[in-house]
Design a protein around this ligand. Structure first.
Ligand code: RIB
Length: 308
């Protein structure tokens, strides 16, 4: 019996958000809306999303001893997340500078701050938390060596879920543990070496998500999920590749929708759903999340997902 349905090991950021008519190009200045400050960060977002859906959730993260850190802790506690694993101090809380355009699309620059100081030793110190969790989820706004330590510290029968965002090449040890690896189009192309990122080979990847899923599976994950925005998602495992539709909604702000998707998927998998069923549910959660502004503020309850 596990104490937690989901442990999220990951980042916590203060999101500084400005609405703009058009996101600026290189060398360009644009005027935007008043500044809004929201709790965010891919790890903290996942934890809040899961807890709001009803999952027993814990967060292992690091924030600064500052106002942004307190904002993040308050948000986690209000959602019902166990914050015993949230470490305080060592650097300022991570910050994300976010611009959102009228279509709801965003651009994000992250200063990792304290997220960059979440170390493998912190993971080893939290061994009891890892062993008490049915599913463990991470992203890449924390050091890669910390993610490697999470993989090494998993309980024998707990499940590991990774959203490699922002994407970078992954060691085979991490890839082999993913069940699933969850990527969007950009992340898939970077991991496959075709999106102009460091270590990539321009133009080497096909345009078909089914191909990305199959090629990623060959790198070692037990399963792969490719998120396709308004088009839903695609799930792939040794049993085959399946498309999962989404629900049509009017997008206001896509910030954090991928985090809500990942959290919902991880929770449903831990509850025994098949990969396709978990992805279908997660698509509804992600769709609900884009209909409201902000990241954590936009995440639905289970009742809201049912009503969608
Ligand atoms: O995925 C959305 C998140 O990315 C934002 O909340 C921001 O903090 C960045 O980490």
């Amino acid at each position: 019996m596990y104490d937690y349905d989901l442990l999220v090991v990951g980042s916590a950021n203060a999101d500084l958000v400005i609405g703009v008519e058009r996101r600026p190009g290189a060398g360009e200045t644009v005027l935007g809306s008043d500044l809004a400050v929201h709790p965010g960060g891919k790890g903290a977002n996942q934890a809040v999303a899961a807890a709001r859906l009803g999952a027993r959730t814990a967060l292992l993260a690091r924030v600064g001893d500052d106002a942004h850190g307190r904002l993040l802790l308050d948000s986690q506690r209000a959602a019902g997340v166990d914050t015993a694993g949230v470490l305080v101090g060592g650097a300022p809380t991570g910050v994300a500078l976010i611009t959102v355009d009228p279509s709801g699309d965003n651009s994000i620059v992250v200063s990792p701050g304290a997220n960059g100081r979440l170390t493998p030793a912190d993971v080893r110190d939290a061994a009891s938390l890892l062993h008490a969790s049915r599913v463990v989820s991470t992203q890449l706004e924390i050091p890669l060596e910390t993610v490697v330590e999470v993989v090494r510290g998993l309980a024998p029968d707990s499940r590991f879920v990774l959203n490699p965002s922002p994407p970078r090449p992954l060691p085979s040890e991490v890839l082999a543990a993913c069940d699933p690896l969850i990527v969007n189009e950009h992340e898939a192309k970077v991991l496959l070496g075709g999106d102009g990122a460091e270590g990539s080979v321009e133009g080497s990847v096909s345009d078909a998500p089914e191909d990305w899923a199959r090629l990623l599976l060959e790198r070692g994950p037990r399963s792969v999920v490719v998120t396709l925005g308004a088009e839903g998602a695609l799930v792939a495992s040794a049993e085959g590749v399946t498309r999962v539709p989404s629900v049509k909604v009017a997008a206001v702000d896509t910030t954090g929708a991928g985090d809500a998707f990942t959290a919902a998927l991880a929770w449903r998998l831990g509850a025994g759903s098949s990969l396709a069923d978990a992805a279908a549910y997660a698509s509804r959660v992600g769709a609900a999340a884009v209909t409201r502004q902000g990241a954590q503020d936009s995440f639905p309850t289970a009742a809201e997902v049912e009503a969608l």
